[in-house]
Design a protein around this ligand. Structure first.
Ligand code: ATP
Ligand code: MG
Length: 426
């Protein structure tokens, strides 16, 4: 017997009572991005494992220990996408959209999968909205991405709770020079490093900067700083970005230790962080990844993008009490019926109303029952008005209209009068 079947740990159901808030976030973002000329791209959830190894990096937490990887029935190794950028670049390349230097601005949304320890703000299936811009090299596009996210926080009422952290990772040559110095510094302190960092010192030393181990972090305080190794080009790009953000009035702090958990970033990196959610404080993160397209087999094409974590944004919206009041009510009118032939009449009336008022949220009572029990359901639905159709009303082409949330007489109206009345009331 099947007993206690449950969702996979760290993978959440989004129940009917919560979905309106998700839709609100999605539609706010979609609307905002349309206003900046970004188009949606819809991508598969499963990709060849190789794609993530080659893009995110073999010695990152994600690839080393967080991916849901499996062999399909042909024996091909597939992976549930842990993030969206790699698949997005794969698709742009595969369909030849990056050739000729043509610029593209796209966004996507959907579930991502990482085998992490589930906790508040950290799940194994979570949702991102990602935004990417291709074939644009200057800091102007980096600034646009940041400015549009800033506008999003304002629209969502989150602006006072988030801070922008900014850093430059330099060019790949800058990082190569810096890497040598960092390795020399860390090698001299090898015994004090945590195990992961010891290993990464050989494979991918910049990843040590991203260590969550407090002892390692303490050791890094006096380590060489990447900022001191930036070339003129990298510096110019970073200063250009800062000047644009200053001009746009977007506040930021420079965080010289900010590196990202994925290997493909260079030059600009940024995170929007909040102190209202405890340890899982990054709600949005991104940066420039000019080398990735080539790394995945394309001709070089510069790119920059970011991804926001929807669960964390929703937690923040709730924590700050910014859930729009209108989401609380999902029904405008509840139609109750009683008596012979009234169900057919109700169906006709309801469809007439939907013709006249396409935005009307009208629930037609199903399942019969007494007036009393139907009114209970009408009340529970949150509807502001009940329409009441008994045998007498149906025969006379009339219907009763009664307010449910305030005192008020029942009005008897001809069916043809109802749309105008409701339009005035709602
Ligand atoms: P963190 O440092 O919190 O692990 P990350 O650097 O791994 O984040 P990214 O890969 O840059 O995160 O993903 C972008 C955003 O997606 C994060 O800033 C966060 O808001 C969200 N996110 C990442 N992992 C998770 C997760 N396991 N559960 C919920 N949201 C997540
Ligand atoms: Mg992570």
């Amino acid at each position: 017997m099947l007993k206690n079947l449950q969702a996979v740990r760290g993978m959440n159901d989004i129940l009917p009572g919560d979905s309106a808030l998700w839709q609100y976030l999605e539609s706010t973002v979609a609307h905002l991005l349309a206003g900046y000329g970004y188009q949606q791209i819809r991508l598969p959830i499963v990709e060849p494992t190789e794609l993530f190894k080659r893009s995110i990096g073999e010695v990152t937490d994600i690839v080393e220990k967080e991916m849901y990887t499996f062999a399909d029935r042909n024996g091909d190794s597939l992976t549930l996408r842990p993030e969206g950028t790699a698949g997005c670049v794969r698709a742009m390349l595969e369909h030849g959209l990056l050739g000729g230097g043509v610029s593209h601005k796209v966004w996507y949304t959907g579930p991502m999968f990482r085998h992490e320890r589930p906790q508040k703000g950290r799940y194994r299936q979570f949702h991102q909205i990602g935004v990417e811009a291709f074939n644009l090299t200057g800091p102007d596009i980096d600034a646009e991405l940041i400015v549009l996210s800033w506008r999003l926080w304002q629209r969502l009422g989150l602006a006072e709770a988030v801070t922008l952290e900014l850093n430059s990772l330099g060019t790949s040559e800058d990082r190569a020079r810096y890497r040598e110095e960092l390795v020399a510094y860390l090698r001299a302190r090898f015994d004090q490093l945590d195990e992961d960092s010891q290993r990464r010192l050989e494979t991918n030393p910049l990843r040590v900067l991203d260590s969550k181990n407090p002892d390692t972090q303490a050791l890094l305080v006096d380590a060489p700083k990447l900022a001191d190794y930036l070339s003129d080009d990298a510096r110019t790009h970073f200063e250009g970005l800062r000047a644009l953000l200053d001009a746009a009035g977007v506040p930021y702090v420079i965080n010289p230790r900010l590196v990202r958990g994925l290997d493909y970033y260079g030059l600009t990196v940024f995170e929007w962080v909040t102190d209202r959610l405890g340890a899982q404080g990054t709600v949005c993160a991104g940066g420039r990844y000019d080398g990735l397209v080539q790394q995945l087999g394309g001709k070089p094409a510069p790119a920059v993008g970011f991804a926001m974590g929807m669960e964390r944004l929703l937690l923040l919206i709730e924590t700050l009490d910014k859930v729009p009041a209108e989401l609380a009510r999902q029904v405008d009118v509840y139609l109750v019926t009683l008596g012979e032939g009234t169900q057919q009449a109700a169906l006709r009336l309801a469809e007439q109303l939907r013709d006249a008022l396409p935005d009307l949220r009208l629930v037609v009572h199903c399942g019969g029952g007494s007036f009393k029990s139907q009114f209970k359901k009408a009340d529970k639905s949150g509807a502001l008005y009940a329409l009441i159709l008994g045998e007498a009303e149906a025969a006379a082409g009339q219907v009763g209209l009664k307010p449910l949330r305030e005192d008020g007489e029942q009005l008897n109206l001809a069916w043809s009068e109802v749309p105008q009345h409701l339009a005035n009331l709602l």
